[in-house]
Design a protein around this ligand. Structure first.
Ligand code: ATP
Ligand code: MG
Length: 393
């Protein structure tokens, strides 16, 4: 067992000693069996949230109405959720009510896919009600129970299916895939934030191009923001040279493939409920991408882009199979006298101390100096800059 489970074992044992059942469950069990990195350990138990809280010194009411408390133990935090079923699914979204139940079986039944419905006890034994182990072995994503019914309960599960395909490099079981084809329109009921989260995980998974093909084939792509009717443009994605490796590059790539006009990019990003920071980054990447396609960037243009934007832009060119001399660009960037505005040897105060008044002219002069330093026309020290200013007067 990996370290992370061994560290968490006393948490299960504490619950057991108090007379409750407790198991590791969901993604962590799946990932440990696949020898994948386990990033967090979820625990399911017969104890009610109030009972869980009494057993541990520190706890947080993460989602106490849904049965989840987070406890702190040995410097780690663990989400502990009471066995539950879900009822009252309305509008094909998450249920409004949960009902606590006394056995694990009911809890496993509510889970989305067989590979996510595995539990492990303190002895490392696996509870596998739906042949999840077999599906893990055969690399198959299969809905627990009737896929059609399960997607009607919560349509986000359809996006989760393609997301897990991409992350785990698995295939969709036939009936599960057919149910997505028949019900993709239900995705319209799901909040964009939840869709975005799964879409990004799909885009950044190691099999994102294969998963994207299924995302298109099942027509899920018709029911997400700004993708409807654009299948012919999106068909390029599965044929790309590589998959994107950053979230900003995923968005930049999609925007380039969809040929979103420059003045519509922020609307597109907003439609997907992206943050302003993400939108700004994506806009800068696309601007740099267009610039590089147009001409060899000047030193100052490289400086203005900055390292992160430059690297992302080069990645995009690679992904799209465009020939650019990326090493030369990176070498040139690395050789710049300064790489950030804060590295300039002077600031506005320096100019004011030399008798300049605050205002537009000062800003202009500062920009000019920065440009000259970046393009190696003045050395980046106060004497050289002072001399340049002397000569101006
Ligand atoms: P990740 O590695 O991304 O955390 P995960 O499988 O742990 O993957 P989570 O979204 O963290 O995914 O959910 C934890 C578990 O809760 C899942 O493994 C699954 O058993 C269950 N689950 C999550 N979302 C749903 C859903 N929409 N419908 C049914 N079960 C779900
Ligand atoms: Mg998880």
């Amino acid at each position: 067992l990996p370290e992370i489970f061994i560290k968490a074992m006393p948490v299960l044992q504490t619950l057991e000693s108090a007379g409750f059942e407790a198991y590791f469950v969901g993604g962590s069990v799946r990932d440990v069996l696949l020898h994948r990195h386990v990033h967090d350990v979820d625990i399911t138990t017969s104890a009610y949230p109030e009972e869980v809280k009494k057993l541990f010194e520190k706890s947080i009411d993460t989602g106490i109405k849904h049965g989840t408390v987070t406890i702190l133990y040995g410097g780690e935090s663990y989400e502990i959720t009471t066995f539950r079923t879900e009822s009252g699914y309305q509008d094909f979204r998450r249920p409004d009510h949960v009902t606590f139940v006394q056995n694990l079986d009911e809890d496993l039944k509510r889970r989305d896919f067989t590979i996510n419905a595995l539990a492990m006890d303190t002895r490392g034994e696996i509870v596998d009600l739906f042949d999840g182990l077999k599906d893990l072995k055969n690399h198959i994503i299969r809905a627990v129970g009737n896929p059609e019914k399960r997607f009607h309960e919560d349509a986000l599960r359809m996006m989760r299916a393609v997301r897990f395909m991409s992350q785990l490099e698995f295939k969709l079981e036939e009936n599960t895939e057919q149910a997505i084809k028949d019900n993709h329109e239900l995705l319209k009921k799901i909040s964009v934030e939840r869709i975005r989260e799964e879409f990004v995980k799909m885009g950044l998974g190691s099999h994102s191009r294969q998963a994207f093909q299924i995302f298109l084939d099942t027509e899920l792509s018709e029911d997400v923001p700004d993708f409807a009717g654009k299948k012919d443009l999106l068909e390029v994605y599965p044929k790309l040279q590589f998959s994107p490796t950053t979230e900003s590059n995923l968005w930049a790539l999609i925007i380039i493939l969809l040929k979103v006009p420059d003045d519509q990019i922020s609307k597109f990003m907003r439609d997907w409920k992206n943050s302003n920071a993400m939108t700004e980054k994506v806009e800068r990447i696309i601007k740099m991408f267009d610039l590089i396609a147009d001409h060899a960037p000047s030193d100052y243009e490289l400086f203005e882009a900055g390292e992160e934007i430059l690297i992302n832009t080069i990645d995009i060119a690679h992904i799209l199979g465009q020939p650019i001399s990326s090493e030369a660009l990176v070498d040139r960037y690395m050789a710049l006298p300064i790489k950030k505005a804060s590295e300039l040897a002077i600031d506005g105060r320096f100019l004011i101390e030399r008798g300049m008044r605050p205002g537009a002219k000062l800003g202009h002069t500062l920009n000019r100096i920065r440009e000259l330093v970046v393009s190696s026309k003045i050395e980046n020290n106060q004497e050289a800059i002072g001399q340049y200013l002397d000569n101006l007067e």
